[in-house]
Design a protein around this ligand. Structure first.
Ligand SMILES: Nc1ncnc2c1ncn2[C@@H]1O[C@H](COP(=O)(O)OP(=O)(O)OP(=O)(O)O)[C@@H](O)[C@H]1O
Length: 857
């Protein structure tokens, strides 16, 4: 489903169109499983959604048993269907689904469901695709969403999330059936029923400061009460099965009744008008809505939950964790909801959005999933980089109006969150405090906001006296709301510590890239809650909320000298060699010139600080890395924002996430962190917020410069996968037209290139490390990441010094190259690992040719 990569002829340059991190004090330790991409073997061994594949596997095994027993296959499919014969059956073999008969009006129904694995294929060009997408996002995981055909997957978690936002089993099946070109296969209906049977049936609700296990299914509560742990946790003074009238219960698809989120905003007014003008909830014209209704046959508003009779029993505060765990084991995971409007014990916080703050429709939609029934559901909201997750979090805090704790990944983000709270809401300076290594503040009054980092809160060692006092402040009180930024990067253990030490009634996780190679996403489901909403990147771009980006991969051939060294080198310097490839330098110079001439503002990213400095100095540009002081950073960023003289800056990974530069319209990536899909997406996020995004025909540009025939090509392909799944197409540029004619082209001559290789070979091993911004300072998001940090054995030796010659130091670089190279060659020959026989033969041939030459001489 990935878009094809095409070749560009260069004339079309106009298309040129975010570890284990250990850092100082308050910065977190971040495990990005994406980085497993460093190991090719790992990446292929750990498929995405492994958890789900496991259940699919179990079903398959079960099915094969059934086939043997009664002639049905694992998904309950009749065995005879495999013998279905048609002229083309043999081509598709077991992927021949022609036995699933199309409905007579299939052309007007936009989707097809695979009976084998629950994958759903959606025609994104259908007039009712937008409504269908809303529904599919609620019940399934988006797998890939390019322009015309989308792929989704029904999983246990997606169905858990669907139920948690109020959808009912039979509604899911019914709507799916109406949208599907073929009758929903029995295997799928069985799967949906099985998975939704118990999920979402039990809620943990805090009402009047007492915890209740609540359900509208009395038999479920009876089942739970049969369990010893739960029975013992029950508070007997309460009347069992208290009937609680849920006054404002609605489902996710119903209009948000009594919802405080949108009240008072201009957008709310606009939406009221829109509905008055008979347009759809998404602004879709009535005609489309009618078509949806005629095909789907269910008005979205019809799916209202009839939840009049809710039964509950009270449980002991101290036993909450045991009950939660037990419910999980019994396969009745509890949804957490906070009836904040009826919480009279925790003091209210006087916070509201400023009248000038207008939230965008997708921000509102995401929040409606959280507040759909007048309570706050805990869960995760996924929005693209630059789409305004901060404001979503702030709006949620303004809705709950109770004390709020915000946790983010670095001290830079802490300051940004604080500033954004002040910018978008009426919160006063005294009501919002920060807790970082440098600042330990408490808010004034009974209620307020504290912004901190995960590591400040989770860290249990070496706390200063001040920090201890601050932690007591945080742990001794009840928080109405905890906001968790960038949830996908925080290790499970750290989350567990945070979640157990802080008593919060509701949790909201925010992220742009819910991608991990392992099953840690499952931990998030348990610790925070299900995914409540995931936006479509292309949709937001089409509506002008984020910029349209043209992505391209520029293939830069290695010069023969660099390639020879690359093949010889066994250490990290291989990476430095492909970063410092003179042809890459030239491509970078050309693209900078091209885009500066167009009036673009350009950010060049390099993870490797050695390369960063070398490029920036050679091309005469300003640069920022971990070692750049705060004052210097601000000065450079201000120049970039306001001065027409500074149109290009070079950034190390410190700029991946924490820098908000809406002026930037072009990104050039010269070195990156292995195959990290997350970093690729986060970097793209820097230009998605481009100020000029709504200019007529405006495009932002994202270039990855890749040295041809090197490992970098593999990593690059891997990195792009997440963005491709979001619908981005990467073009391949193999030739930049006009590059050769550039008057002041760098490293044009062989001598200059040889001089460059000399400097690379003389560099320290540590400087060659791609994942390390060795000069990262306190508060930087850039930490030091190595393969070892991801639990993998380091393939490279630790830092090692190489000696440069005196002649090199005195400026005779050319000579030093020869000297250095000679000795390096000897050293390599001594240390060389066993070579492939092909190369061994070539070396032998060469050696005998040399011998022959000498004897002839
Ligand atoms: N409703 C809105 N109205 C106006 N501006 C908005 C709105 N929502 C977000 N923005 C602006 O969009 C930009 C991006 O927002 P924000 O930094 O919250 O994005 P993000 O999703 O957290 O991105 P990232 O994941 O890259 O950190 C900011 O400049 C913010 O002020």
């Amino acid at each position: 489903m990935a878009p094809k990569r095409g070749h560009e002829d260069g004339s079309d340059v106009a298309i040129p169109f975010k570890k284990k991190r250990t850092s100082d004090n308050d910065d977190y330790v971040d495990v990005d499983d994406d980085e497993y991409a460093e190991s090719e073997a790992n990446s292929s061994l750990v498929p995405r959604g492994a958890t789900i594949n496991f259940s699919a596997l179990t079903r398959k095994l079960e099915a094969s048993r059934k086939v043997q027993e009664n002639g049905n296959d694992s998904m309950g499919l009749p065995a005879h269907r495999r013998q279905q014969d048609s002229l083309v059956s043999h081509i598709f073999q077991d992927q021949d689904f022609s036995w699933l008969h199309l409905k007579p009006d299939h052309a007007s129904r936009p989707l097809w469901i695979s009976p084998e694995d629950g994958h759903i294929i959606l025609e994104a060009f259908s007039p009712i695709a937008e409504q269908a997408q809303d529904f599919l996002v609620a019940i399934s995981e988006p797998v890939s969403r390019p322009a015309f055909i989308h792929e989704y997957k029904l999983t246990s978690y997606s169905l858990y999330a669907a139920v948690s936002v109020g959808l009912q089993t039979e509604d899911i099946i019914e709507v799916l059936n109406r949208l599907s070109k073929v009758p929903v296969p029995e295997s799928i209906t069985t799967f949906i029923r099985e998975r939704t049977l118990s999920y979402g049936k039990v809620k943990l609700v805090l009402k009047h400061n007492k915890y209740f296990v609540e359900s509208s299914h009395p038999e479920t509560l009876q089942t739970l009460l049969k369990d010893k742990v739960i029975r013992e946790a029950r508070v007997h003074s309460q009347v069992v099965d208290t009937s609680i009238k849920a006054s404002t219960f609605t489902t996710s698809r119903a209009p948000v009744k009594g919802n405080l989120v949108i009240a008072g905003t201009k957008e709310a007014e606009k939406r009221k008008e829109d509905s008055g003008n008979a347009t759809g909830a998404n602004g879709a014209p009535t005609a489309d809505k009618d078509l949806f209704t005629s095909v789907v046959g269910v008005e979205s508003d019809e799916i209202d939950e009839d939840d009049d009779n809710v039964h509950a029993f009270e449980i002991d505060d101290a036993k909450i964790d045991d009950v939660k765990k037990r419910c999980n084991e019994l396969e009745y995971p509890m949804l957490e909801e906070y009836d904040f409007r009826n919480d009279t014990v925790n003091p209210n916080l006087d916070i509201d959005l400023k009248p000038s703050t207008v939230i965008r429709p997708y921000q509102e939609t995401s929040l409606s999933k959280m507040f759909g029934n007048g309570r706050a559901r805990s869960g995760i909201i996924v929005l693209p980089c630059g789409a305004g997750k901060t404001l979503v979090g702030i709006t949620a805090a303004c809705t709950i109006k109770k004390s709020c704790l915000v946790l983010c990944t670095s001290s830079v983000s802490v300051m940004q969150w604080r500033q954004q709270f002040i910018q978008w809401s009426n919160i006063t300076d005294r009501q919002i405090a920060v807790f970082t290594a440098d600042q330990k503040e408490k808010f004034a009054g009974d209620s307020g906001i504290v912004v901190s980092t995960y590591s400040m809160v989770a860290n249990t060692h070496n706390r200063s006296h001040e920090s201890k006092k601050m932690m007591d402040f945080l742990t001794s009180r009840e928080w109405g709301f905890i906001l968790l930024d960038e949830v996908h990067v925080v290790p499970a253990a750290m989350f567990r510590r945070v979640v157990t030490t802080i008593k919060a009634h509701s949790k909201l996780g925010l992220t742009a890239t819910l991608v991990r190679e392992d099953d840690k996403i499952a931990d998030l489901n348990y610790m925070i809650g299900p995914k409540l909403y995931e936006a479509n990147w292309m949709d937001l771009a089409a509506k002008g909320h984020i910029a349209n980006v043209q992505c391209a991969e520029v293939w830069c051939p290695m010069t023969p000298e660099f390639y020879r060294e690359y093949l010889r080198e066994q250490s990290r310097k291989r990476m430095l060699l492909y970063c410092m490839n003179p042809k890459k330098f030239q491509a970078c110079q050309f693209l900078i010139k091209y885009h500066e001439d167009r009036g673009d503002k350009i950010i060049v990213f390099s993870d490797n600080v050695f390369a960063l400095e070398a490029y920036a100095k050679k091309l005469g540009k300003l640069y920022i890395h971990g070692g750049t002081g705060q004052v210097e950073r601000m000065r450079i960023l201000q120049h970039f924002q306001h001065s027409p003289e500074v149109n290009t800056i070079f950034l190390s990974k410190v700029g991946d996430t924490s820098i908000d530069l809406p002026e930037a319209t072009c990104l050039i990536q010269i070195s990156s962190h292995f195959g990290s899909r997350r970093q690729e997406a986060q970097r793209l996020g820097r230009i998605l917020r481009a100020k000029r995004r709504n200019d007529e025909g405006f495009n932002a540009f994202f270039y990855s410069l890749v040295s041809k025939d090197t490992q970098e090509m593999f990593y690059s392909t891997k990195r792009q996968q997440f963005l491709i799944d979001q619908g981005y197409a990467f073009k391949v540029i193999t030739h930049l037209d006009g590059l050769e004619e550039m008057p002041d082209l760098v490293y044009r001559t062989r001598d200059e290139q040889i001089e460059l290789i000399s400097s690379v070979l003389m560099a320290n091993e540590s400087e060659a490390d791609l994942g390390t911004d060795v000069r990262a300072g306190e508060g930087d998001l850039a930490g030091t990441i190595t393969s070892k940090d991801f639990g993998m054995p380091s393939r490279f030796p630790a830092v090692q010094r190489t000696t440069g010659s005196l002649s090199a130091l005195s400026g005779g670089q050319h000579m030093s190259y020869v000297e250095q190279n000679k000795s390096a060659n000897k050293k390599l020959a001594r240390e060389a690992a066993p070579r492939h026989k092909l190369f061994a033969k070539r070396d032998k041939d060469k050696a005998s040719a040399r011998k022959e030459g000498r004897s002839q001489a």
